[in-house]
Design a protein. Structure first.
Lengths: 452, 266
């Protein structure tokens, strides 16, 4: 196989074809007020998908990108949580599991302030939204100001962060906790295997998975995992989604989730400044988050950040891409940046077939090259790492990821994820965030990106 | 960057040459001609040929009559077809690409009294297919294209959406008939204008632009980035021809269009 650097540079014609292909996916997956991640596998609006989609959509239509975030935030609960799924009422319940009749947000979530007029899930996903809002604004500040975009989303975003750092600070440390494996967005990561083993699964005969209608069983989480996911979600629902009342049998501090909260807090500072508000409290919170992230989750021996299990109060000794994502955080100690870059280049995360970063340690005991978040390389995490490398001036390394992302996205028909051992696409095709982040990297010149 | 054109009546100046000078300064790439009835367009041939010699770029012509090839009245229909054939011949003679026409305009609307047209849908369809076939064959002989323009429901009762135009064109089966899309009408009729462009990409031959309120692009609330992004996505290489009313100072309004479209991703 030819090494990445020996391959010919991308041509303008190839970029044009790629841009058209990516735009087509986003135009096809647009529903009028938001974008579905995939027409087949994921027919509703997902929280962190929408944020990544908006980051690319801003290059196609600033207005659609703004609408994407606005429609998601319109489903925010009164307690500040932004639900991980906003259900499209026109899609039948059987098209996705767990469906609205499982979550029952408008009734079970009523005490926590779930909207009465639409159905959502009751859990959350990583807070990429303030970062996305700031990037969307920057793509077309005139249109953003004309529509009052930032002034409308700002209160939603601050309430969202207040929820995460308030009700969700389950460890009392100043970091946000996740209470379900779907919350960090990396559903079946081996990082959750230990904490999940304590959970008794619901009988898998009591529900019907819809993900296997379109996804290959070898690529998807197992039935046993699903039984546990459903148990956790049902318990949370039965506690009316009240974070104080719920007995969280699964509670962890995830490094990627908190790194995204940190950069989004920086984005809130930028947004506040743009709106003439005081950025200082947001900047201070971002700095505090950075310090706490390092103090609580950095593991020198692993050369990566690790998730902290709040039930046992121990670090989970599994390395995943979530532990490298804090590279995104500005102001990280230089020694940690060096170690993270070393880990990226080491045998655990350097794949010969692709410069996209595997979701789990290639040398780890649970590595599975095709199963969702247990090995496959994803485009959104590659985008985060690429951005992180640039944040710390590692442009040559970032260039390799960018080139690989563009090549793999186009070559795979905008696949959901990639087998890191072969570089082949897996999962859904015409996947929205893959197309969106392709569009974003096509629009950002890699040579002038230091200040991005 | 997509090329832009302005319809001739929008441009200040007495002659096509003067209008072209203004158009170029404003950043347009071409002038779209307008063709009146009574073979008036053919009578302009010497003027058009001189303009061509003087370097005026005139790729397309848009009909400016009050009866069309979908008219209820047989005599008017025959005349419209005669006029359109002549317009196709003339635009071919000056090296242009094609001529645009709706099925009808101002003849009937199902949204206004008396709500039920005097002709059945099946008869409408027969008239449209036969007119498109006759005009399409003529266009093919002249080496140009007939652009069928869907109009909004208040202006025409037969062809309102790209889907309807594409279906007729598919049935006619001639490459010399394409859709001439118009952003203003699409904004009223299409649930997602950008998606409609993607869905009917192979049939789109020409594009006219005006904003949500029929004024010049930039004066209304269309999502131009999405609309133009869709045209880029399908690899559209034709013109964006401004066919609009003007609000504000008319000269400044016309002048603003190319820069606005460019800033919106054209």
């Amino acid at each position: 196989m030819t090494a990445l650097l020996d391959r010919p540079a991308r041509t303008a014609a190839a970029d044009l074809t790629l841009r058209r292909g990516a735009a087509r996916v986003l135009l096809d997956n647009w529903t009028g007020s938001g974008t579905v991640p995939s027409r087949t596998l994921y027919p509703h609006q997902w929280s962190w998908d929408s944020a990544f989609i908006a980051i690319g959509l801003r290059h196609l239509s600033a207005r659609r990108a703004q609408r994407e975030l606005e429609s998601l935030l319109a489903a925010q609960w009164a307690d500040g949580r932004v639900p991980h799924i906003v259900f499209n009422s026109a899609v039948p319940n059987g098209a996705y599991f767990p469906s609205p009749d499982f979550w029952r947000s408008s009734t079970a979530g009523h005490p926590a302030g779930a909207p009465a007029s639409l159905e959502t899930s009751g859990i959350v996903q990583p807070p990429v939204h303030a970062l996305a809002a700031w990037l969307v604004h920057q793509a077309d500040p005139a249109e953003s100001r004309r529509r009052g975009f930032l002034s409308r989303v700002f209160p939603h975003l601050t309430a969202w962060h207040a929820y995460l750092l308030g009700a969700r600070d389950l460890g009392g440390s100043g970091l946000a906790a996740i209470v379900h494996p779907w919350e960090p967005g990396m559903d079946n990561s081996p990082c959750w295997d230990g904490p999940l083993s304590r959970i008794s699964p619901i009988d898998t005969g009591s529900f019907r998975r819809a993900d296997l209608d379109h996804g290959h069983p070898a690529d998807r989480p197992t039935d046993l995992d699903y039984g546990r996911y459903v148990r956790l979600a049902a318990d949370y629902r039965d506690a009316s989604y009240d974070d104080r009342a719920a007995r969280h049998a699964f509670a962890l501090e995830d490094p990627c989730f908190n790194a995204l909260l940190t950069v989004s807090e920086h984005a809130l500072a930028d947004i506040a400044a743009e709106l003439g508000a005081d950025p200082a409290p947001h900047r201070a919170r971002a700095e505090r988050l950075t310090e706490t992230l390092v103090a609580r989750l950095w593991d020198e021996e692993a050369g990566a950040f690790l998730a902290r299990d709040l039930v046992s109060d121990e670090l989970v000794r599994e390395r995943s891409v979530a532990g490298l994502a804090p590279l995104l955080v500005p102001g990280l100690p230089a020694s940690i940046v060096d170690r993270l870059v070393g880990t990226l280049d080491g045998p655990g995360f350097h794949a010969d077939a692709t410069a996209l970063v595997p979701s789990y340690d290639l040398t780890g005991p649970a590595f599975d090259r095709t199963r969702y978040w247990r090995g496959p390389a994803w485009f959104n995490t590659a985008w985060l790492i690429e951005r992180g490398l640039r944040t710390h001036g590692r442009h040559a390394h970032a260039d390799r990821i960018r080139a690989s992302l563009l090549e793999t996205a186009g070559g795979s028909g905008f696949a959901e994820y990639v087998d890191p051992t072969t570089g082949e696409g897996r999962g859904a095709r015409s996947f929205s965030w893959t197309a969106a982040l392709t569009l974003d990297l096509l629009h950002t010149d890699d040579r002038t990106e230091a200040g991005r | 960057m997509l090329k832009t054109a302005a319809q001739e009546q929008l441009l200040p100046g007495e002659s096509l040459q003067e209008k072209w000078e203004f158009a170029q300064e404003a950043g347009y790439d071409a002038v779209e001609l307008r063709a009146k009835g009574d073979l008036h367009f053919a009578s302009r041939l010497p003027e058009l040929k001189q303009a061509l010699k003087d370097g005026v770029v005139m790729p397309t012509v848009c009909v400016e009559m009050l009866h069309f090839f979908g008219a209820f009245d047989e005599e008017l229909r025959r005349d419209a077809i005669k006029q359109m054939k002549s317009q196709l011949t003339v635009i071919g003679e000056i090296g242009g690409l094609g001529a645009q026409t709706p099925a009808s305009y101002g003849m009937f609307s199902r949204r206004l009294p008396p709500f039920e047209p005097p002709r059945s849908e099946a008869e409408d369809r027969e008239v449209l297919l036969s007119g498109l076939a006759e005009l399409g064959e003529h266009a093919a002989r002249e080496g140009v294209t007939l652009y069928l323009e869907p109009l909004n429901r208040y202006e025409d009762h037969m062809v309102n959406r790209l889907e309807q135009a594409a279906e007729l064109i598919k049935e006619v089966g001639l490459d010399s008939v394409k859709i001439g899309i118009d952003s203003y009408h699409m904004n009223i009729e299409e649930s997602d204008p950008a998606a409609a462009i993607i869905a009917h990409a192979p049939y789109i031959g020409h594009a006219q632009v005006s904003d949500s309120n029929r004024f010049q692009p930039g004066a209304g609330h269309l999502d131009w980035q999405a609309w133009l992004g869709a045209l880029h996505t399908i690899g559209y290489e034709g013109y964006l021809a401004a066919e609009c009313r003007l609000t504000g100072d008319p000269v400044e309004a016309v002048r603003s269009v190319p820069a606005f479209l460019k800033g919106s991703g054209a």
